[in-house]
Design a protein around this ligand. Sequence first.
Ligand code: DUT
Length: 145
Amino acid sequence: MTANIKIKYFTDEIERLRYIDGKSDWIDLRAAKEVELKAGEFKLIPLGIAMELPAGYEAHVVPRSSTFKNYGIIQTNSMGIIDETYCGDNDQWFFPAYALRDTVIRVNDRICQFRIMEHQPAICFEAVDSLDHEDRGGHGSTGLQ
Ligand SMILES: O=c1ccn([C@H]2C[C@H](O)[C@@H](COP(=O)(O)OP(=O)(O)OP(=O)(O)O)O2)c(=O)[nH]1
Protein backbone atom coordinates (compact mmCIF):
# COMPACT_ATOMS: atom_id res chain seq x y z
CA MET A 1 0.00 0.00 0.00
CA THR A 2 1.24 3.49 -0.81
CA ALA A 3 0.30 6.59 1.14
CA ASN A 4 0.05 9.88 -0.71
CA ILE A 5 1.24 12.90 1.28
CA LYS A 6 0.75 16.53 0.23
CA ILE A 7 3.94 18.43 1.00
CA LYS A 8 4.73 22.14 0.83
CA TYR A 9 8.36 23.25 0.53
CA PHE A 10 9.33 26.62 1.99
CA THR A 11 12.58 26.87 -0.01
CA ASP A 12 14.21 25.58 -3.19
CA GLU A 13 17.53 25.34 -1.37
CA ILE A 14 16.81 21.95 0.21
CA GLU A 15 16.62 18.71 -1.72
CA ARG A 16 13.17 17.20 -2.17
CA LEU A 17 12.28 14.41 0.26
CA ARG A 18 13.21 10.97 -0.94
CA TYR A 19 11.71 7.73 0.18
CA ILE A 20 14.22 4.94 -0.36
CA ASP A 21 12.27 1.71 -0.48
CA GLY A 22 14.02 -1.38 0.84
CA LYS A 23 16.68 0.25 3.03
CA SER A 24 14.73 1.94 5.80
CA ASP A 25 11.30 3.49 5.89
CA TRP A 26 12.59 6.52 7.79
CA ILE A 27 12.98 9.62 5.60
CA ASP A 28 15.78 12.14 6.14
CA LEU A 29 15.00 15.82 6.72
CA ARG A 30 17.20 18.84 6.07
CA ALA A 31 17.91 22.22 7.64
CA ALA A 32 16.20 24.97 5.64
CA LYS A 33 18.46 27.80 6.82
CA GLU A 34 21.95 28.28 8.17
CA VAL A 35 21.89 28.21 11.96
CA GLU A 36 24.88 29.04 14.15
CA LEU A 37 24.83 27.87 17.76
CA LYS A 38 27.30 28.50 20.56
CA ALA A 39 27.89 25.74 23.12
CA GLY A 40 24.94 25.71 25.51
CA GLU A 41 22.61 27.54 23.11
CA PHE A 42 19.11 26.39 22.03
CA LYS A 43 17.50 27.19 18.68
CA LEU A 44 14.68 25.89 16.51
CA ILE A 45 16.02 24.78 13.16
CA PRO A 46 13.38 25.07 10.40
CA LEU A 47 13.10 21.94 8.27
CA GLY A 48 11.58 23.73 5.25
CA ILE A 49 8.49 21.56 4.89
CA ALA A 50 4.83 21.35 5.94
CA MET A 51 2.65 18.32 5.24
CA GLU A 52 -0.88 17.09 5.28
CA LEU A 53 -0.43 13.69 6.90
CA PRO A 54 -2.80 10.86 5.96
CA ALA A 55 -5.94 10.75 8.14
CA GLY A 56 -5.30 8.73 11.32
CA TYR A 57 -1.52 9.25 11.31
CA GLU A 58 1.06 11.35 13.15
CA ALA A 59 4.76 11.73 12.37
CA HIS A 60 7.73 11.06 14.64
CA VAL A 61 10.95 13.02 14.14
CA VAL A 62 14.23 11.85 15.68
CA PRO A 63 17.89 12.75 15.07
CA ARG A 64 20.00 10.71 12.64
CA SER A 65 22.53 8.51 14.45
CA SER A 66 25.35 10.68 13.07
CA THR A 67 23.79 14.03 13.98
CA PHE A 68 25.56 14.49 17.30
CA LYS A 69 28.94 13.41 15.92
CA ASN A 70 28.62 15.67 12.85
CA TYR A 71 27.00 18.77 14.34
CA GLY A 72 27.32 18.59 18.15
CA ILE A 73 23.57 19.05 18.67
CA ILE A 74 20.92 16.99 20.44
CA GLN A 75 17.15 17.16 20.00
CA THR A 76 15.72 18.72 23.17
CA ASN A 77 12.39 16.87 23.06
CA SER A 78 14.14 13.53 22.25
CA MET A 79 11.40 12.81 19.71
CA GLY A 80 9.25 15.38 17.91
CA ILE A 81 5.60 14.50 17.48
CA ILE A 82 3.90 16.08 14.48
CA ASP A 83 0.15 16.07 14.98
CA GLU A 84 -2.22 15.37 12.13
CA THR A 85 -3.75 18.81 12.76
CA TYR A 86 -0.37 20.51 12.17
CA CYS A 87 -1.16 20.93 8.48
CA GLY A 88 -1.66 24.65 7.86
CA ASP A 89 0.26 26.56 5.21
CA ASN A 90 2.60 27.98 7.85
CA ASP A 91 2.93 24.83 9.96
CA GLN A 92 6.58 24.32 9.09
CA TRP A 93 8.28 21.39 10.82
CA PHE A 94 11.22 22.31 13.05
CA PHE A 95 14.02 20.60 14.94
CA PRO A 96 14.61 21.91 18.50
CA ALA A 97 18.40 21.85 18.86
CA TYR A 98 20.69 22.22 21.88
CA ALA A 99 24.38 22.64 21.08
CA LEU A 100 27.06 21.02 23.21
CA ARG A 101 29.82 22.78 21.26
CA ASP A 102 30.04 25.79 18.95
CA THR A 103 28.60 24.65 15.64
CA VAL A 104 27.08 25.71 12.33
CA ILE A 105 24.25 23.83 10.63
CA ARG A 106 24.20 24.66 6.93
CA VAL A 107 21.26 24.76 4.54
CA ASN A 108 20.45 21.29 3.20
CA ASP A 109 22.37 19.46 5.97
CA ARG A 110 20.51 16.22 6.82
CA ILE A 111 19.98 16.52 10.56
CA CYS A 112 17.03 14.27 11.36
CA GLN A 113 14.61 11.66 10.05
CA PHE A 114 10.91 10.90 10.34
CA ARG A 115 8.29 8.24 9.75
CA ILE A 116 4.53 8.29 10.05
CA MET A 117 2.70 6.21 12.66
CA GLU A 118 -0.91 5.25 13.02
CA HIS A 119 -2.68 6.78 16.04
CA GLN A 120 -3.28 4.44 18.98
CA PRO A 121 -6.89 3.44 19.70
CA ALA A 122 -8.96 5.75 21.91
CA ILE A 123 -8.18 4.97 25.57
CA CYS A 124 -10.56 4.93 28.52
CA PHE A 125 -8.84 4.61 31.94
CA GLU A 126 -10.72 2.31 34.33
CA ALA A 127 -9.55 2.66 37.97
CA VAL A 128 -9.34 -0.69 39.85
CA ASP A 129 -8.10 -1.83 43.30
CA SER A 130 -6.14 -4.76 41.91
CA LEU A 131 -4.81 -5.65 38.47
CA ASP A 132 -5.01 -9.40 39.31
CA HIS A 133 -1.54 -10.26 38.03
CA GLU A 134 1.73 -11.27 39.71
CA ASP A 135 4.36 -8.54 40.07
CA ARG A 136 6.96 -8.69 37.34
CA GLY A 137 9.57 -6.64 39.30
CA GLY A 138 11.17 -3.39 38.27
CA HIS A 139 14.60 -2.18 37.24
CA GLY A 140 17.30 -4.84 37.45
CA SER A 141 14.91 -7.61 38.50
CA THR A 142 16.00 -9.96 35.68
CA GLY A 143 19.54 -9.97 37.10
CA LEU A 144 20.98 -9.04 33.70
CA GLN A 145 23.60 -6.25 33.67
O1 DUT B 1 10.06 18.60 17.32
C1 DUT B 1 8.98 19.09 16.97
C2 DUT B 1 7.87 19.10 17.82
C3 DUT B 1 6.70 19.67 17.37
N1 DUT B 1 6.63 20.23 16.12
C4 DUT B 1 5.38 20.83 15.64
C5 DUT B 1 4.38 19.78 15.22
C6 DUT B 1 3.45 19.65 16.35
O2 DUT B 1 2.17 19.25 15.92
C7 DUT B 1 3.45 21.10 16.91
C8 DUT B 1 3.11 21.17 18.35
O3 DUT B 1 3.98 20.34 19.07
P1 DUT B 1 3.61 19.69 20.45
O4 DUT B 1 2.22 19.17 20.40
O5 DUT B 1 4.70 18.77 20.85
O6 DUT B 1 3.71 20.95 21.38
P2 DUT B 1 2.60 21.77 22.14
O7 DUT B 1 1.44 20.89 22.46
O8 DUT B 1 2.35 22.99 21.38
O9 DUT B 1 3.42 22.11 23.44
P3 DUT B 1 3.60 21.27 24.78
O10 DUT B 1 3.26 19.83 24.52
O11 DUT B 1 5.04 21.45 25.15
O12 DUT B 1 2.68 21.95 25.71
O13 DUT B 1 4.78 21.58 16.69
C9 DUT B 1 7.72 20.20 15.29
O14 DUT B 1 7.69 20.67 14.16
N2 DUT B 1 8.88 19.62 15.74
